[in-house]
Unconditional design. Structure first.
Length: 108
């Protein structure tokens, strides 16, 4: 079987050029549409991230308030422990001094 080679005339080349131009035009239109759709989706995602960021800001504020309350309670607990310790130390000191005074009084 013999392959026949067709000759390219100016008309055929012009037709091919038109078809290629139309094809590229379609590709460019599809790219523009795709780019527009992607921009819309990115804007939606950005809005969602901003909403999530707002939620994290509120959570951070709640943790800050909890930390302030914890610090206040912890400070109060430290004061109470210090007061009780000082009271116990004072009581023990007075008791030891009383024992020492009693021992010295009985020897004299």
């Amino acid at each position: 079987m013999e392959m026949m080679r067709e000759a390219w005339t100016d008309e055929r080349l012009d037709d091919l050029t038109k078809r290629m131009d139309e094809g590229f035009r379609e590709v460019r239109e599809e790219q523009r549409a795709l780019r527009a759709e992607m921009n819309v989706r990115f804007e939606r995602m950005e809005a969602k991230f901003e909403a999530v960021d707002g939620k994290f800001d509120r959570i951070d504020a709640k943790f800050d308030r909890m930390e302030e309350r914890f610090d206040a309670r912890f400070d109060a607990m430290q004061r109470a422990i210090l007061q009780v310790s000082a009271g116990l130390f004072g009581t023990m000191l007075v008791g030891f001094l009383g024992v020492i005074a009693t021992i010295l009084a009985t020897r004299a």
